[in-house]
Design a protein around this ligand. Structure first.
Ligand code: GDP
Length: 439
């Protein structure tokens, strides 16, 4: 589902997980990748820029909560903002009236009839006994399509292909099923003029007096979904949305994000032609899956449990006093390794924990070992005054440790970046351990 969007976002998350240091440049690159992925999926450009601005600002300004590394925190921010883009929390059909009347609206071809079948099956599984009223007088085959659908599911259906008065059909159908627990009203999806269709929806709505108007939108139309949603919402009071055909749709992200403006939640998505290709829409689960991650909520809770005991106060003091040596940096990396549940993050990410040979935690450990070896080839003076390490010393250290000159330079680069990031550290209120330093 949403194949490319998912693939691109997962790739970005993997890249982020593999970055040795999280700084402004990395954040900007991540944001660019996300922008590209969303635009390709036909998400409205304004929404994309708003979202990327928020992600960038939050990633650069906010302090990660205790026990969460900056890297993990950025993943969290991306996740949270994408969830906001497509809704916020999952909303169910709450059957709180008898009969509970659901009026379906949507253009012809959007998948309305198919979705009625899917929802009926869904509700049956929950123990309800829905009945269906057909009011589509425009498409001759509409009644027949519903009849076939309902026959196999043992669902009562009211309709009359001879009757061309949609309002009359609605009245009679509602009357017939007033003792049922749920009544689903199908409506036309096409008229000669679009305005006529919308007018009919308005009239039907006042006759049916639905508890919920469910709008069906074809996911392949991308951000055009917004206009459709707005038009139907003007005619009726749309209470929930179903986005269909998300299987294989390259524009799914566009449709999912575009409908938020009318304020009705997406309650279901259609993921295929078969009756069971239908899912209750849960923004959190959906985005987790899209990012190629497991359960992010559990991850966040775990991270908070990581105790503060792991903080090495000597190193902390050294850093706060402004003396920051290569040795201190080494301890810091060790600490981060202990505290950051990156390994846990990775394990919770299907396709990352096991398959990614170099997950972030391993990279860090691998690097730590390399650093240790190189630092063993340094003099005490070099360790405490790394600024003296110039070309000739780099050569000597690399030769002594069996590493390349670039490795030594990389180590020094980390040192400088970290040291720079710590400037002003003492001035800031410190809550997240080491949080700001690694940004
Ligand atoms: P209606 O005119 O709105 O009632 O649309 P239909 O229910 O007749 O569906 C139009 C076409 O879209 C049919 O060929 C359906 O099989 C197909 N369709 C509906 N929902 C989905 C979906 O979620 N995925 C896919 N791939 N096709 C769908």
């Amino acid at each position: 589902m949403l194949g490319n969007l998912g693939k691109n976002l997962t790739k970005t998350m993997k890249k982020l997980a593999g970055m040795p240091i999280i700084d402004e440049e990395v954040v900007k690159e991540v944001v660019k990748d996300i922008q590209r992925a969303l635009i390709q999926s036909d998400v409205n450009i304004k929404l994309v820029f708003k979202l990327s601005k928020t992600i960038e600002e939050r990633a650069l300004k906010e302090e990660p909560p205790k026990g969460i590394t900056p890297r993990e925190y950025i993943i969290t921010i991306v996740y949270e903002e994408l969830v906001n883009l497509v809704g916020s929390k999952a909303e169910e059909v709450e059957v709180n009236a008898k009969p509970y009347k659901i009026m379906f609206v949507g253009l012809q071809g959007s998948g309305k009839t198919t979705t009625i079948g899917k929802l009926t099956r869904y509700l049956q599984k929950k123990g309800f006994r829905p009945a269906i009223v057909s009011t589509d007088t425009w498409r001759p085959a509409a009644y027949e399509q519903l009849r076939q659908l309902t026959e196999s599911m043992d669902v009562p259906l009211y309709g009359d292909p001879e009757n061309k008065d949609a309002l009359d059909l609605a009245k009679k159908g509602i009357e017939q099923f007033k003792k049922n627990d749920i009544v689903i009203v199908d409506t036309a999806g096409r008229h000669k003029e679009e305005q006529d269709l919308l007018t009919e929806m308005e009239q039907l709505s006042s006759i049916v007096n639905p508890n919920e108007v469910m709008l069906v939108i074809d996911g392949t139309i991308g951000q055009q979904a917004r206009e459709q949603a707005l038009a139907f919402n003007q005619a009726t009071d749309v209470g929930s949305i179903v986005i269909t055909k998300l299987d294989g749709s390259a524009k799914g992200g566009g449709a999912l994000s575009a409908v938020s403006e009318i304020g009705a939640p997406i309650k279901f998505i259609g993921t295929g032609e078969r009756i069971d290709d239908f899912e209750a829409f849960d923004p959190e689960r959906f985005i987790s899956r899209l990012l190629g991650m497991g359960d992010i909520r559990t991850l966040l809770e775990k991270a908070e449990e990581i105790a503060e005991e792991d903080i090495d106060t000597d190193t902390m003091d050294a850093m706060l006093s402004g003396k920051f040596t290569l040795k201190d940096m080494y301890s810091q990396f060790e600490m981060m390794n202990k505290m950051g549940p990156m390994q846990q993050v990775m394990n919770m990410i299907p396709g990352m924990g096991n398959k990614l040979p170099k997950n972030a935690s391993q990279v860090t450990e691998e690097k730590l070992t390399k650093y240790k070896i190189m630092m063993d080839s340094m003099t005490e003076h070099e360790l405490t005054h790394p600024e003296v390490i110039k070309q000739s010393r780099v050569k000597r250290i690399s030769r002594g440790s069996g590493m390349k000159n670039e490795d030594v330079k990389e180590l020094l680069k980390y040192y400088n970046v970290t040291k720079k990031a710590m400037k002003g550290f003492g001035k800031r209120k410190m809550s997240g351990p080491l949080g700001q330093m690694m940004r």
